[in-house]
Design a protein around this ligand. Sequence first.
Ligand code: BES
Ligand code: MN
Ligand code: MN
Length: 459
Amino acid sequence: MTAINQYIEANKQRFLDELLELLRIPSVSANPVHAKDMQRMAEATAKSLRDAGADNVEICPTDGYPIVYGEKIIDPSKPTVLVYGHYDVQPAEPLELWTSPAFEPVIRKTEIHPEGAIFARGSCDDKGQFYMHIKALETMLRTNTLPCNVKMMIEGEEEVGSANLGAFVIANREKLACDVILISDTSIIANDQPSIDCGLRGLSYVEVEVTGANRDLHSGVYGGAVANPINILAKMIASLHDERGHITIPGFYDDVQVLSDVERSELNKAPFDLAAYKKDLGIDEIMGEKDFTTIERTGIRPTLDCNGIWGGYTGEGSKTVLPSKAFAKISMRLVPNQESDKTTELFTRYFKSIAPKGVKVEVRPHHGGEPVVTPTDSKAYRAASNAMKETYGKTPVPTRGGGSIPIVALFEKELKVKTVLMGFGLDSDALHSPNEHYGIFNYYQGIKTIPLFFRNFAE
Ligand code: BES
Ligand code: MN
Ligand code: MN
């Protein structure tokens, strides 16, 4: 056994206990009632970096939640890896759907995780995954095997759009200078089938408001004679897709990069178990854009989805009311070479144009992000691929991730550095859902694989 694996083996339980402690902090960035918890989480993250042996550990203030930074520079002539992660998590609601409380981690076995999985908000996305890097750093430092320089930045606003990270990156170009960015915040196909995401989708996100009459009305007295904003909003949203599952916004697909048949068949070689997919989700049929596979629908095709819709009376019992207003939150996932701002504009113009007379429509843009594709022919990709091959016994398959990490495109633009997305979670780990979990196997596998990435990359 290598010194690295011996060290991990000897410290296994502590590595797990420390992660459980971090998972007890409800660092929800979306809700200001957790501002103190966010500060506590930043401090705990900084402490864990210091304990691991990082130098120059700082809690860097921003206009929002702070960014935690630490580094180990062993030799300026050696290559530098910048590790990025996020210590904030998604809100845990609806709480009643959790089997055990979201911020009281427990370990339970599941069919997919027979060794046990840690159930807690943030276990997979992204505390469990960024903490693997801190434990890998500790391991490399204690075993004298860190072969190059490492910088770590763990932010606290990823789940709310990283609004203050761009300015931080621009103001700290020198400090963040590096040869590659390494992120563990994505998924692999299965625990016996490693993969590496080579792309992420971008995002355009809007909130819409439809207003009818100047007040809520008696639905008997006025119903049928005055526009009902909920009826109208529902119809407007429904009309954004045609019967083939295409998005109807004019110009929406203009910039979409079309993959060649060869590229598509390459992409579709990744194993995909439709029966397991449906079983995991409890659905009897999948649906989406016609003439594309599930892998393509979530990887290389743009989408439009209503994320929330409200208005009128939703309390107990019934209230006969014709609402004055209806609202919805709508997201569009983007692929190369679509642009977030341009897409938001196309949406806004079209959505307003389809509103019937009798209602007013407002569209308010939220945060967005640009899509990226990361290279598979780089030294860093090969370092990750060979590291995973060593720990999983199988060469990882290149895949396209459906989610978004907007900072990846920004890093490329501002630092001129490419990213490797070496994630260890599973899509079925319920990230953003109730009962989020992270396999104990996945956690240790990450801690073992990361030092191999460093070794391969520094070679
Ligand atoms: N870790 C996810 C992104 C992800 C998950 C990418 C799985 C690929 C596979 C990240 O924390 C996330 O949820 N991002 C948000 C971005 C948004 C808030 C700007 C997303 O994708 O919705
Ligand atoms: Mn994440
Ligand atoms: Mn997330």
